[in-house]
Design a protein. Structure first.
Length: 135
């Protein structure tokens, strides 16, 4: 079935356009454009477990394609932007949500505190204040 939708909530504003197959084997093949003020809050709303680097995540805007089926969704981002106090990034690539989260991204990023960003992703920096700003 062809689908065209626009919706706006406190956690997600998006437009979708494409096809959704229903029945015994539902699937999605949609173009999307959207934004969220909090990637962490959005993930929590959808019960996404194991979200990495939670303390570094913030607002996201993205445009691309959403394909897959329930339990295995792929977001292919033609262009996307992330902004938080710890990380600003522009990126393209794919995000796969299944039994695990798989990222295949090309990014340009900057951080005012590389030591805090390193800690957010589970890397122990060599010493407090040793790592500063990075691009």
């Amino acid at each position: 079935s062809e689908v065209e939708a626009r919706f706006e909530t406190d956690l997600l504003s998006a437009t979708l356009d494409g096809a959704v197959a229903l029945g015994d084997a539902p699937s999605y093949d949609l173009r999307f454009q959207g934004r969220t003020p909090s990637l962490v809050a959005l993930a929590e709303r959808f019960n996404v477990a194991g979200l990495p680097a939670r303390t570094a995540l913030g607002r996201v805007e993205a445009k691309g394609a959403l394909t897959g089926r329930p339990g295995e969704i792929v977001l292919r981002m033609e262009e996307a932007r992330h902004e938080s106090a710890l990380l600003k990034a522009d990126f393209t690539g794919a995000l796969r949500l299944a039994d695990f989260i798989y990222l295949d991204l090309d990014a340009q990023a900057q951080t005012p505190r590389l030591d805090l960003l390193a800690a957010a992703v589970g890397f122990e920096p060599p010493g407090e204040g040793v790592l500063g700003q990075a691009r």
